[in-house]
Ligand binder design. Structure first.
Ligand SMILES: [Zn+2]
Length: 114
């Protein structure tokens, strides 16, 4: 009993210190739904052809970020799909207005730039 309790407390502490940022899962679709899930990055396209990536700003401001993947888009982003189902975007996403969030999306994880 006591041992179990200690083990639970220990696991809780470990989680606290090694907490990972949430991983964005990837949703492929043709049109953006009305309400966005804050743990999803939406890749809009048809089949192999993708034209944009959309996600709620990870800072929590509620803005929807649009990243054009279209070859003619300016600016445009490069989308990399990984075998584990996550995606990376390059270059970084930098909002020039509002919250001015600046981050990299790497394998579904947000890495903030300072
Ligand atoms: Zn924001």
């Amino acid at each position: 009993m006591t041992y179990n309790l200690m083990r639970r407390a220990f696991r809780w502490l470990t989680n606290l210190f090694t907490r990972q940022p949430p991983v964005y899962r990837t949703a492929f679709m043709e049109e953006l739904p009305e309400r966005l899930d804050k743990h999803l990055i939406y890749i809009l396209g048809e089949g192999e052809y993708t034209w944009s990536a959309e996600m709620l700003c990870p800072c929590g401001c509620g803005e929807v970020l649009h990243m054009s993947l279209h070859p003619d888009g300016r600016p445009r982003w490069e989308l990399t799909r990984h075998p584990d189902g996550t995606v990376s975007l390059s270059p970084s996403v930098w909002r020039k207005v509002g919250c001015r969030s600046h981050f990299f999306l790497e394998r579904g994880r947000v890495r903030w730039c300072k």
